[in-house]
Design a protein. Sequence first.
Length: 105
Amino acid sequence: MGVGYIINKYVEQARNLQPDLFPEQVTPHVFRHSKAMHLLEANVNIIYIRDLLGHVSVQTTEIYAKTSPVAKRKALEKASKEVLPGSTYSKEKETELLTWLKELV
């Protein structure tokens, strides 16, 4: 509860400055999940990640491996260089698209 209180206190302060950068809820678990994803993306052995998180089974930790967008992107890039072509949008169109997508959330 104490860690959650501190996180909420500082997230609220930061949200006042940059409201678009923060999801509605930031919990201690968000930090735990993010760290596990960063370790996975840095090619740290999943057994070490399991131990750090305190999971009994590596199957629980494998959930992180299945949700990694970076891992998925690397696999697609490895499979075919043509899967992810360069952007065909002008900088103006790209900014317009990103603004539209932000408004959806």
